[in-house]
Design a protein around this ligand. Sequence first.
Ligand code: 0O2
Length: 221
Amino acid sequence: FNLDDIKKIKLEMTRFLMGYKFALDEMNTKINILKDEFNYMHDYNPIEHVKSRLKSPESIMKKVMKKGCDLSLHSIKENIRDIAGIRITVSFISDIYKLSEMLASQKDINVIECKDYIEHPKPNGYQSYHMILEIPIFMSDREENVYVEIQIRTIAMDFWASLEHKIYYKYNKKVPSRLVHELKEAATTASALDKKMERLNKEIMVLKENDIVNNDEFLFQ
Ligand code: 0O2
């Protein structure tokens, strides 16, 4: 490689990653609009927090090596679909499906793949709803379709996944099977808590509805 080649590769890489940054900006705007609209229309906000990240070039290269795909930008784009990633934490399990349908029904969003690790948790207990979406981004000289990975989960699912990630991150040998078993048990506990909170919320909603109806009846007497 001469200096000009290196400059060219660097420019191409920057341009490549810039597309993902724009896609993240666009998706974050969409999520913010849904959040605000939900607040205005239903006086309720299902979104607890949103975190977005661009995969670092090192982390992209690690995944390329792991998957054994070739090094062209086209191959990286097609094989590593979580370069732009957004994690949305919501209040209740039903909010996950509501939000995923809202995103999927937007005209400029193309749903490439959905993985429901709530219906089908991973063997270690991991639960979350994953979507690979494709959105167009418009630049000065071209339009490009970019993949964004969206992970939607409840606070309990996020709590488990964050701590499980930390435990494995710190311990880089094989985790003893007793601990694997206990981690899975913790995931089951988190899931039971989610189900309980969902039921409590539904019951309160019914009580609220009844209150409104009773008050209206009172007004009409
Ligand atoms: P990071 O740093 O979070 O981005 P692929 O993405 O195609 O290589 P896979 O396994 O089919 O592979 O993707 P999948 O199942 O959609 O999961 C990818 C992401 O989900 C991971 O990204 C994690 O963020 C999260 N995830 C999946 N399984 C687990 C798990 O068991 N524990 C925790 N804590 N998180 C999980 P990355 O790239 O691994 O890491």
